[in-house]
Design a protein around this ligand. Structure first.
Ligand code: ATP
Ligand code: MG
Length: 396
């Protein structure tokens, strides 16, 4: 039998927020554990304790590392509240370290005790001395080094039991999936919008992705790419719905009726109008984009201002303060980068005029839309939108 302690940010939450957080996190941890029927997860005062009967540890740790809301994880030995039991568990940990690092002739350790159980008769420094002494007597090659030990043995004396462990694996932090309601992610095939979506998921948002597709100007493969991205995001948060909007008619109409320097601005406004209509239809409370500032010529404050004017929904831009290199690094870590850099064009690349206005004004943009049948185009696009649901394997 093996145990994993799952830690979350209980300190930063109060009252009902805290109990909702714990309930959702426990549900999500249990869902993540579905592939391992012998795994159990229970709440034990401010932590979740996972128990495995036969399953090996590493795949479970790797999966739980991806659950939003988890701050860190440790494989632990659970012992009785007995000094000898702590000593044995600590010695066992050091032995494991030895067998994994046979090259070290004089490995070093330290013992770090946390005693939340104030009724336990010995105090932390005394416990550390007793356990450290037993380790030194049992394992002659080892030395104590309190500054730079090869391994720290953590000993947590809790009310009903103790946890002994040597590893702390970081989680993602954030809020449990499903704790923040649903929002619409404008998902292109590029690098940025999947990352913006992931950052929102990390704060508990359930995503409904909205993709604008201009068949036959953009290929079936461009669409598949976006489907792959939706699946990759779903693998993190459980579920992503993808709404695919047929955008060809809108783009054609813009080309017919608007001045070329404002194509992009008008196109973005049309995207946002259609996304807002879909949001209303599906009960989404905000929209999310991968926009940043200054990254491309069109991403100026003037441009965001003019684009934003068509909607009353909050438009979240999680990447507003990120540099491209940071975004790429995150894209690699979350697994979207390789898909995003596949070459298939999306609808915007095909639509760039030779001299786009980078600082459009609201009045000139509204004038540029005068001949555009905005409401009809929006209604048609919404009516022709198709939807697909992507689920993480264990949610299916
Ligand atoms: P990305 O890498 O996300 O495509 P980008 O740096 O290429 O971003 P733009 O192409 O200017 O920037 O797009 C800005 C934002 O507009 C995107 O992050 C995305 O949220 C939205 N967007 C652009 N094209 C589409 C599309 N075809 N479908 C849905 N949303 C889109
Ligand atoms: Mg793009």
């Amino acid at each position: 039998m093996q145990h994993i302690v799952v830690r979350y940010g209980e300190m930063s939450l109060k009252g009902k927020n805290r109990s909702d957080f714990e309930r959702l996190l426990l549900r999500n941890v249990r869902t993540a554990l579905r592939p391992w029927p012998d795994a159990r997860a229970e709440r034990v005062s401010g932590r979740i304790l996972v128990t495995l009967q036969e399953t090996s540890l590493e795949p479970v740790l790797a999966r739980l590392q991806r659950v939003f809301g988890v701050i860190s994880l440790s494989p632990v030995t659970v012992t009785d509240l007995q000094l000898e039991a702590f000593q044995q568990a600590a010695i066992q940990l050091l032995r494991e370290y030895e067998s994994q690092h046979p090259d070290r002739s004089h490995p070093t350790f330290k013992i770090e005790v946390k005693r939340t159980n104030k009724r336990f008769p010995l105090r932390s420094p005394e416990i550390a001395d007793e356990v450290g002494g037993a380790c030194l007597r049992a394992l002659r090659r080892w030395k104590v080094d309190v500054h730079h030990p090869d391994i720290t043995v953590f000993l947590h004396i809790r009310d009903a039991e103790a946890h002994v462990y040597g590893r702390v694996v970081p989680g993602q932090g954030g809020m449990p999936a499903g704790s923040a309601g649903r929002a619409g992610l404008l998902l292109s095939g590029g690098i940025d919008s999947p990352v913006a979506g992931w950052l929102s998921m990390k704060r508990g948002v359930e995503l409904e992705a909205i993709h604008f597709h201009s068949f036959p100007f953009t290929s079936e493969r461009a669409l598949q790419k976006v489907q792959t991205l939706a699946q990759t995001l779903a693998d993190w948060g459980g579920k992503v719905t993808l709404h695919t909007v047929h955008f060809t008619e809108v783009q054609t109409a813009i080309r017919q009726h608007c001045p070329p320097p404002l194509y992009i601005t008008v196109m973005r406004r049309m995207m946002l109008r259609i996304a807002s209509a879909l949001a209303q239809q599906h009960g989404l409370l905000a929209l999310i984009t991968g926009e940043s500032l200054g990254q491309v010529a069109s991403q100026t404050l003037e441009s965001l201002h003019v684009i934003n004017a068509v909607t009353r929904l909050p438009v979240l831009r999680p990447l507003i303060g990120s540099d491209k290199l940071e975004i790429i690094e995150l894209a690699r870590r979350i697994g979207t980068y390789e898909t995003s850099i596949l070459p298939y064009e999306d609808c915007c690349t095909l639509f760039v005029p030779p001299n786009p206005r980078t600082r459009p004004r609201l009045a000139e943009t509204e004038a540029a839309e005068a001949k555009l049948a905005v409401d009809e185009l929006v209604a048609d696009a919404v009516a022709r939108t198709t939807s697909q649901v992507f689920l993480a394997p264990e949610w299916a």
